[in-house]
Design a protein around this ligand. Structure first.
Ligand SMILES: N[C@@H](CCC(=O)N[C@@H](CS)C(=O)NCC(=O)O)C(=O)O
Length: 290
């Protein structure tokens, strides 16, 4: 039983991240398919998913198509009641659902003025009052969730839930545009940037380059504020310590150097996503530390 998930360019598609996180973070089985969001092939790539016309879109193992992230969230929660997508407590669940709905239908200034972009920060960005009001509103909701459902974890309702899925990308934007937040807000942003699943998503996104870069601003670029990746680099030739790719088990063809050691992968994508953030990939780290 595997879901088919259709997503757009990882560096830019905020809704795609939400769709992916609601499978990846809750250990639900899926195969992801890239849709040409920026290359122009989106309509063609999604023709068989009609009436879906945006990403993410999800096809269930039975062939039902879900065309929107809220529909995906509710359907996955209904189909996997023990996976923990919504908080168990009814009061927490009511607030989480309300917050998710508000994120889905609101926060328009943040969404339109600060496009999702995960490559680097924009330094010196001056947010509008409307964006600052969105940040204040989000921080108020986060504080309310924590005050009512007090948690020791970084997440809004204790265990990571759909509320965190939906607010993750808001946090990524706070990081990208270096928006001012409270200490508690900064800790929540930091938790999202350190989330291993997010690091994998970003590492995969960075394998693709763009010219021109969508949503470019005339501002200096800063280094990404998440955990500093181990210093790996792609190299043209082996031999590598491993004969088989840590992800597929196939014979290695592409190589990477880390700490003077050479590791091999079965294709350029597997190699490059690892180069971008080696520690985010448990199968690679098992090889590296093994
Ligand atoms: N309401 C949709 C929004 C999805 C959405 O707008 N996705 C963007 C990419 S982040 C998209 O597909 N844009 C292409 C278009 O609108 O044609 C959802 O929650 O899934």
């Amino acid at each position: 039983m595997t879901y088919d998930l259709y997503i757009g360019d990882r560096t830019f598609s905020s809704w795609s991240y939400r769709g992916w996180a609601m499978l990846e973070k809750f250990d639900l089985p899926y195969t992801s398919h890239m849709v040409g969001l920026y290359s122009g092939s989106m309509a063609q790539d999604m023709a068989h998913l009609a009436p879906a016309r945006t990403v993410p879109a999800l096809q269930t193992p039975e062939g039902h198509v879900l065309t929107d992230s809220i529909a995906m969230a509710e359907t996955l929660a209904e189909r996997h009641p023990d996976a923990g997508l919504w908080p168990k407590d009814p009061a927490a669940r009511a607030l989480a659902r309300s917050m998710v709905a508000e994120m889905h239908s609101g926060f328009m200034p943040m969404r339109s003025e600060c496009p999702n972009m995960l490559a680097h920060t924009w330094d010196g960005y001056v947010p509008s009052d409307a964006v600052l009001a969105d940040v204040e509103r989000a921080e108020g909701l986060w504080a309310l969730a924590r005050a009512r459902h007090g948690t020791e974890t970084p997440w809004l309702f204790g265990e990571y839930s759909l509320a965190d899925v939906f607010y993750s990308v808001f946090c990524h934007r706070i990081a990208t545009y270096r928006l001012p937040v409270s200490e508690a807000g900064a800790a929540y942003v930091k938790a999202h940037l350190a989330c291993p699943a997010f690091r994998r998503w970003r590492a995969m996104g960075l394998t693709q380059s763009y010219s021109p870069m969508p949503y470019a601003l005339d501002l200096p670029k800063g280094s990404w504020p998440g955990p500093t990746p181990l210093a790996a680099k792609a190299v043209t030739a082996g031999p590598s310590e491993n004969a088989e790719c840590p992800y597929s088990g196939d014979q290695v063809t592409h190589f990477m150097e880390l700490d003077g050691r050479i590791f091999g992968f079965c294709n350029a994508f597997c190699r490059d996503k690892t180069v971008n953030d080696p520690a985010a990939w448990p199968a690679f780290m098992a090889l590296y530390e093994g």
